[in-house]
Design a protein around this ligand. Structure first.
Ligand SMILES: C[S@@+](CC[C@H](N)C(=O)[O-])C[C@H]1O[C@@H](n2cnc3c(N)ncnc32)[C@H](O)[C@@H]1O
Length: 246
């Protein structure tokens, strides 16, 4: 018999959670999220949450990378080796635009947990990308509420550049990754010659976005002991994938 994904996920959480609007909330009754920058405030807006998956995301990421949403999903499923994974954690999942489709790539009995801090995004995720293998959790990615080595695939797409402590979040992702598991990140890339790069980096900073160089996450994953670290750069985005040794 298939187990309820909410109860399965509750069993993985290291802290108590209330069920609200179809997602588990480890931040308690408070619906406020830290939103000190323009970019973070946008992610807490019900309007942005509504138009994000069909309009905002495909348009802005295609312009930034030249890669379509469908190609991104194929790349993610393959990089994370979902055909042989049983538990996926999608950090900063937004409206579940990767969580839902990636859940369907897991074998029978698989579980995909989408994790985000924004209540409007998670409300959309439950409505648009729910399913028998999917559960959504509201929390802060700086302290993932899961034990070490819980998931055999962990990803974070289109979000680390919004966060005030992206490297702390990346270390948390490595911590909850099981030996032999795969981790994948899609984030910003400060491309181009120095003058242009500095203008773009400064402009992004004004709205609360960080532009990372090509070494930032490659070095972090290598220093954390991960192997098979691979990187693709496409215009203003970079995709990095790595394995935790078994
Ligand atoms: C642009 S969306 C990315 C959604 C999806 N992963 C994608 O690739 O389209 C960024 C998400 O990061 C979330 N986020 C920002 N800071 C966070 C934090 N500290 N913990 C969890 N989620 C966070 C926002 O709420 C937002 O939903």
């Amino acid at each position: 018999m298939t187990q309820d994904p909410i109860e399965l996920t509750r069993g993985l959480l290291e802290t108590t959670a209330v069920l609200r609007n179809g997602f588990l909330d480890v931040l308690g009754e408070s619906t406020a999220s830290p939103a000190p920058t323009f970019a973070q405030r946008a992610m807490n807006s019900p309007f942005v949450a509504t138009v994000y998956e069909r309009l905002w995301r495909p348009t802005s990421f295609y312009v930034a990378s030249g890669v379509t949403a469908r190609a991104e999903r194929r790349r993610a499923a393959s990089a994370l080796r979902l055909a042989t994974a049983s538990r996926l954690l999608d950090v900063a999942c937004g409206p579940g635009n990767f969580t839902g489709p990636l859940a369907s790539e897991l074998p029978d009995g698989g579980l995909a947990v989408g994790f985000d801090i924004s209540e409007p995004m998670l409300t959309r995720a439950v409505l648009d990308n729910g399913g028998a293998r999917t559960c959504y959790v509201r929390g802060d990615a700086r302290t993932l509420p899961f034990a070490d080595e819980t998931f055999d695939a962990v990803c974070c797409f289109g979000a680390l550049y919004l966060m005030p402590e992206p490297f702390l979040v990346a270390h948390e992702m490595v911590r909850v990754l099981a030996p032999g598991g795969r981790i994948a990140v899609l984030t910003s890339y400060a491309a181009g010659p120095p003058p242009l790069r500095h203008v773009l980096t400064g402009g992004a900073h004004l709205i609360g976005l960080t532009m990372f160089d090509r070494h930032a996450f490659v070095d972090l994953f290598s220093s954390a002991g991960l192997v098979d670290v691979e990187q693709q750069t496409q215009r203003a985005l970079q995709f990095i994938v790595a394995t935790k040794p078994g």
